[in-house]
Design a protein around this ligand. Structure first.
Ligand SMILES: *Cc1c(COP(=O)(O)O)cnc(C)c1O
Length: 427
């Protein structure tokens, strides 16, 4: 796909490759449709006989350039962009399972994904078993059934900040002949590339660090091309048997390593249609250009803030895998030696009420339903993102009632710490 450039270079150079006389900067192809000269030319596109743009719900040159960049950053063969991270995780799973199937997922995942798998997909006839990602291989293996089609987890769980043992999860998935899907939103490909540790498919909420400026909601699915669907023909008929809606094309035969992403595009996107707008993809691309610079600063600032909080008398505990002594310090050193992310979670000694007093006293850090952007932000998962979960589900998601999720921005760290200091006085 590209030269062996380092990630900093790929963030700038991958994706849009202008030819002679074309714009240097990725253009916004703000067009629903694309013109052809003959009836036959367009007919061949509908039959997947020819490659070409014809309708933006299926493909658009701006979107494709950004998808290609993200695929390159992760080291995958192809990517598809979606209008949100939620759509990305739904499509990633639904592309390979249907009513009657089963999935296994880490329980410490983003609240929205937990609901998607546990409640909404259940209504489609797809069941999910949630597992403790820290459990042994034997214990996690017990969750698998004959009809299990995939294993899912997040590199760094939002908001519990559990770091995934990716190699362990890949071993478990492959022992059960299913792909491992990893949501790599928090780590970003700058800090961790799950394909290098055995993951088969990666998803992103590009809304977070990839965009980095809180400008657009978006998602991405990247395929490593490594999972051999044809080895389990019976299990993945959607990829290995003829698709009636395309005159009997078999994706694995016609598209090889790009089978999974092609099916997601021409079938799921065609029918369900959660495409991002070209304008949003353009904004995402601008964000991606500075991703390595921002991630480095987020991690540096978060380390300082975590150390400050850990030493504060009103703070009960801090969860941040960059702190020696954190449960996930060793795993983070292995999988993300350059840093994990800018998000910290912590608890105050006086619990939930103190958390609310503290948050209401912050001046620089804003209370927003967002993480992982340039501005420092704060959220109380139990009353915000995880509000729909009951106490037991909260515990499984690694969220305690007093937990504060603090997303460290790229302002000067001394200003961030000064804000914490004055707010903690009121906590
Ligand atoms: C935010 C988030 C999502 C959902 O993404 P949206 O873009 O908000 O739909 C999924 N996974 C993780 C890890 C997230 O942080």
């Amino acid at each position: 796909m590209s030269q062996n450039y380092k990630i900093e270079t790929k963030c700038i150079q991958s994706g849009w490759k202008p030819k002679k006389g074309e714009p240097r900067v990725l253009p916004i192809y703000q067009s629903t449709t694309f013109k052809y000269d003959t009836t036959d030319e367009m007919g061949r596109l509908f039959d997947l006989q020819d490659n070409g743009y014809f309708y933006t719900r299926l493909q658009n040159p701006t979107n494709d350039a950004v998808a290609a960049k993200i695929a390159d950053l992760e080291g995958g063969v192809a990517a598809m962009l979606t209008s949100s991270g939620q759509a990305a995780n739904f499509y990633a799973a639904f592309n390979i399972c249907e009513a009657g199937d089963h999935i296994v997922s880490a329980s410490t995942i983003y609240g929205g994904t937990y609901n998607l798998f546990g409640v909404t997909m259940k209504k489609l006839g797809i069941e999910c078993t949630f597992v403790d990602s820290d459990a042994s291989e034997e214990e996690i293996s017990r969750a698998f059934r004959q009809n299990t089609k995939l294993l899912f987890a997040e590199t760094i769980a939002n908001p519990a900040l559990v770091v995934l043992d990716i190699e362990k999860f890949a071993r478990i998935a492959h022992a059960h002949q299913v792909p491992l899907i990893v949501d790599n939103t928090f780590a970003t490909p700058v800090n961790c590339r799950p394909f290098e540790w055995g993951a088969d498919i990666v998803t992103h909420s590009t809304t977070k660090y990839m965009d980095g400026h809180a400008m657009q909601v978006g998602g991405a699915i990247v395929d490593s091309g490594n999972f051999d669907w044809t080895a389990y023909k019976e299990k993945y008929p959607g990829l290995t048997a003829p698709d009636e809606s395309y005159h009997g094309i078999t994706y694995t035969e016609k598209f090889g390593k790009a089978a999974y992403i092609t099916k997601a595009t021409v079938q799921l996107m065609r029918d369900l249609g959660s495409i991002p707008s070209p304008q949003n993809c353009f904004l995402l691309n601008v964000g991606l250009e500075t991703l390595p610079l921002r991630v480095e600063r987020h991690c540096y600032n978060a380390q300082k803030v975590a150390e400050y909080l850990q030493a504060h008398p009103k703070v009960d505990c801090v969860h941040f895998a960059g702190l020696p002594g954190d449960t996930y310090y060793e795993l983070a050193q292995k999988y993300m030696p350059g840093g994990t992310c800018g998000v910290i979670s912590f608890e105050l000694k006086d619990g939930r009420e103190a958390a609310v007093r503290f948050m209401d006293s912050l001046r620089l850090a804003a209370i927003v339903t967002h993480v992982a952007d340039a501005r420092t932000s704060v959220l109380h998962p139990a009353s915000h993102t995880h509000r729909q979960l009951n106490d037991q589900q909260l515990a499984e998601a690694g969220v305690s009632p007093g937990m504060i999720r603090f997303s460290v921005g790229i302002e000067h760290v001394e200003d961030i710490i000064a804000d914490l200091e004055q707010a903690l006085k009121n906590a």
